[in-house]
Design a protein around this ligand. Structure first.
Ligand code: TEU
Ligand code: CA
Length: 535
C-alpha cells in the first residue's frame, strides 16, 4: 500500500532565517505565511519546521523550555494555527521538530529536578561524582565533556549536547507519558508528523564508562539500544498510527542494517530516517576535518542505502550541514550546472526528498570574515576545544569556513535588495553578500534558473511514477559518473550524472526527458556537471 508521504516533497524551514515580518531581524511565523505562495509554486507538499517552541535559544530552539508554547520571537499560537490552516489550503502539511532527547535547562521539569526530593529528580540523569570526579568518561557531541556540576546539590547531570541541554531519563516511564501528551497536543492541532531529533540515542542502557574513542566516548551505551526500539514502537502504536502521522528520525552513526531495523514497516517504529554516511564522504573521521570530495565514495554510500531500504528520506542539506554545492559541486564556473545536478540526484533517488531552504536557488556557504560573525554554540565550543588542543588559529578558521553549521543558517536570499528582502531591520546573523547574484526574485523570472529547474523536476516526478515508485537499479558508479535506472510497470527511466568539470564519453544514447543543459537528444558526450534523465 502506498503512503501519502511517498509522493510528498518536503521543504525544511529554519524559521530564524527564512522571512522576518516585523523588522526585528528574526524570521517568524507570519513571515513564513507570507511566503506560502512561493512554496506552493515550487510544488512542495510539506514543510518541516525546525523548532519554534519556547526556548532560551542556546542551540536555536533545539533547547526547548516549553513544548506547548511558541517562542515570542516567532509569534503566537494564533499565528501557528493560521500557518497550519493556510498551508493546508494550499495542500501543504506541517511537520514539527520533536526534540525529546533533552530539554532546555530552563524547562520547569529541569528547574524542579534540581531539588533532590522533587518528583522531577528522575526526569534527568542526576549522579553523584566519584571521589570528586565526573560520574563517567563520556564525551559530548559538541566537543566538551558531558557532565555539568550543580553546586547546590553537589551532583552532576548528563548532557550529550550543550550543558544547557540536559538529557531526559527514559528509564522513568513518566517521561515518556509526558512526551506522548505533547505529541497529541500538536497532532490534535492538525500537524502531519514529526522529525525526531537524534532519536536513536534517547535510551541509555547504563551510565558505565565507555571505551576510549576519538569522538563520543560512551556511545556503545546509548546508540540504537533495544530500549529505544521499544519506545518507538509504543509511540507508533499508541499515538502516531491513529493520526496517520509521518515520522523521520534523525539517527546518528547508523548503518543500513540499523536503518532497516528502524524503518521496516513490519517493525512499526519509524517511517524514514536521516542517516549521515553520505555527509561523511568529504570528511576525515569527524565532520570538522574536511578532505577532498570523492564522487565515487558518495555514489557507493547512496547505492548501498538505496538497495538496503524499501523507502527512506533523501537529503543533501539541512541546518547542520554546509551547503551542498560547496561540498559536492562547483561554486564558480559550474555553480548553476552543478546545483542542478545535485537537484537531479535529490529528486530522482528512491525515497522522500527533503529540500533545505535556499537549496532551490543554489545558496552557498557563508562569506564571513571573522569568528565574531558566527552564532552557533557548536562552532564556539569546537573553536575553544581546538584552542586547548593547540590547533593553530588559521586551521581553526579553515574548519569553521568549511564545516560550521552557520554556513546553512544565513538568511534566505529573496531579492537583491538590502538584506535580501529577509528583514527591514538588522538580521540576527549576517547575510551572504552574494545575494546580489543569488536570489529568489531573479530566478523566479528566469526559465533557466536553478529554481525553475527544481520546479520542472518536481513536476516531472509527479508525472512519472517511475521516479517515485520505481525500483532503484544501479547501472554504473565510475569515478565521476553515476548512472541508475528507475523502473515501474511499463516505464524505465535512466538517470546519468556527471560529477566532474570534465566531459565524459559514454556508450549510451537516446532521447532526453530532462537535462540541465536543456538538450533533447543524448549523443553520448556528457558535458561538465551534466545531469540527464533518459526516456
Ligand atoms: O543534530 C544532531 C547531530 O548529531 C548533529 O548533526 C549535530 O548537529 C552536530 O552537527 C554534531 O556535530 C540535532 C539537530 O539537528 C541540531 O541542530 C541540534 O543542535 C542537535 O540535534 C541537538 O538537539
Ligand atoms: Ca521577526
Amino acid at each position: 500500500m502506498t503512503k501519502w508521504w511517498q509522493e510528498a516533497i518536503v521543504y525544511q524551514i529554519y524559521p530564524k532565517s527564512f522571512q522576518d515580518s516585523n523588522g526585528d531581524g528574526i524570521g517568524d511565523l507570519k513571515g513564513i505565511i507570507s511566503r506560502l505562495d512561493a512554496l506552493a509554486d515550487l510544488g512542495i507538499n510539506a514543510i518541516w519546521l525546525s523548532p519554534i517552541y519556547e526556548s532560551p535559544n542556546v542551540d536555536n530552539g533545539y533547547d526547548i523550555s516549553d513544548y506547548r508554547a511558541i517562542h515570542p520571537d516567532y509569534g503566537t499560537m494564533e499565528d501557528m494555527h493560521q500557518l497550519i490552516e493556510l498551508a493546508g489550503e494550499k495542500g501543504i502539511k506541517i511537520i514539527m521538530d520533536l526534540v525529546i532527547n533533552h530539554t532546555s535547562d530552563q524547562h520547569e521539569w529541569f528547574i524542579k529536578s534540581k531539588e533532590p526530593d522533587s518528583e522531577y529528580r528522575d526526569y534527568y540523569y542526576w549522579k553523584k561524582g566519584i571521589e570528586g570526579k565526573k560520574p563517567n568518561n563520556w564525551t559530548s557531541f559538541f566537543g566538551e565533556d558531558c557532565w555539568a556540576y550543580d553546586v547546590q546539590t553537589d551532583a552532576y547531570y548528563l548532557h550529550l549536547f550543550a550543558k544547557e541541554q540536559p538529557d531526559l531519563n527514559y528509564h522513568n516511564p513518566r517521561v515518556l507519558e509526558e512526551i506522548k501528551q505533547i505529541m497529541k497536543f500538536w497532532l490534535d492541532k492538525g500537524i502531519a508528523g514529526f522529525r525526531c531529533d537524534v532519536i536513536n540515542i534517547i535510551y541509555k542502557n547504563a551510565l558505565d564508562n565507555g571505551r576510549k574513542r576519538l569522538i563520543l566516548t560512551g556511545r556503545e551505551h546509548y546508540l540504537s539500544t533495544e530500549g529505544m526500539h521499544t519506545i518507538l514502537k509504543m509511540l507508533k502504536n499508541e499515538i502516531l498510527t491513529e493520526y496517520d502521522a509521518f515520522t523521520v528520525g534523525e539517527t546518528v552513526f547508523v548503518t543500513p542494517q540499523m536503518g532497516k531495523a528502524l524503518c521496516d514497516e513490519s517493525r512499526g517504529e519509524l517511517d524514514t530516517i536521516f542517516y549521515f554516511e553520505h555527509m561523511e564522504t568529504d570528511r576525515w573521521f569527524v565532520k570538522w576535518f574536511k578532505r577532498k570530495f570523492s564522487p565515487k565514495r558518495l555514489f557507493k554510500v547512496l547505492t548501498n542505502w538505496q538497495q538496503a531500504l524499501e523507502w527512506n528520506a533523501i537529503y543533501l542539506e539541512n541546518h547542520d550541514q554546509p551547503r551542498s554545492v560547496n561540498r559536492f559541486g562547483d561554486t564558480e564556473a559550474y555553480w548553476e550546472a552543478s546545483s542542478k545536478l545535485l537537484a537531479t540526484l535529490l529528486l530522482t533517488l528512491k525515497g522522500t526528498p527533503f529540500i533545505y531552504q535556499g537549496q532551490e536557488i543554489g545558496m552557498t556557504n557563508f562569506d564571513f570574515v571573522d569568528m565574531n560573525e558566527l552564532r552557533d554554540v557548536e562552532s564556539f565550543n569546537i573553536d575553544s576545544l581546538g584552542k586547548k588542543l593547540h590547533i593553530p588559529k588559521s586551521y581553526r578558521w579553515y574548519m569553521m569556513k568549511h564545516c560550521s553549521r552557520d554556513n546553512a543558517r544565513t538568511p534566505m536570499q529573496w531579492s537583491r535588495e538590502k538584506n535580501a528582502g529577509f528583514t527591514d531591520g538588522t538580521p540576527w546573523i549576517n547575510l551572504n553578500k552574494n545575494h546580489i547574484k543569488i536570489n529568489y526574485h531573479e530566478q523566479m523570472h528566469s526559465p533557466h534558473s536553478i529554481l525553475s529547474y527544481y520546479r520542472r523536476l518536481i513536476l516531472l516526478r509527479k508525472a512519472h511514477k517511475a521516479l517515485i515508485y520505481g525500483d532503484f537499479e544501479l547501472v554504473n558508479q565510475q569515478t565521476n559518473v553515476y548512472i541508475y535506472r528507475r523502473r515501474h510497470e511499463e516505464e524505465t527511466l535512466t538517470v546519468l550524472l556527471n560529477f566532474s568539470n570534465k566531459s565524459q564519453t559514454l556508450s549510451t544514447l537516446g532521447p532526453i526527458l530532462l537535462s540541465n543543459y536543456d538538450r533533447e537528444y543524448f549523443d553520448g558526450l556528457m558535458l561538465p556537471y551534466e545531469a540527464i534523465i533518459l526516456k
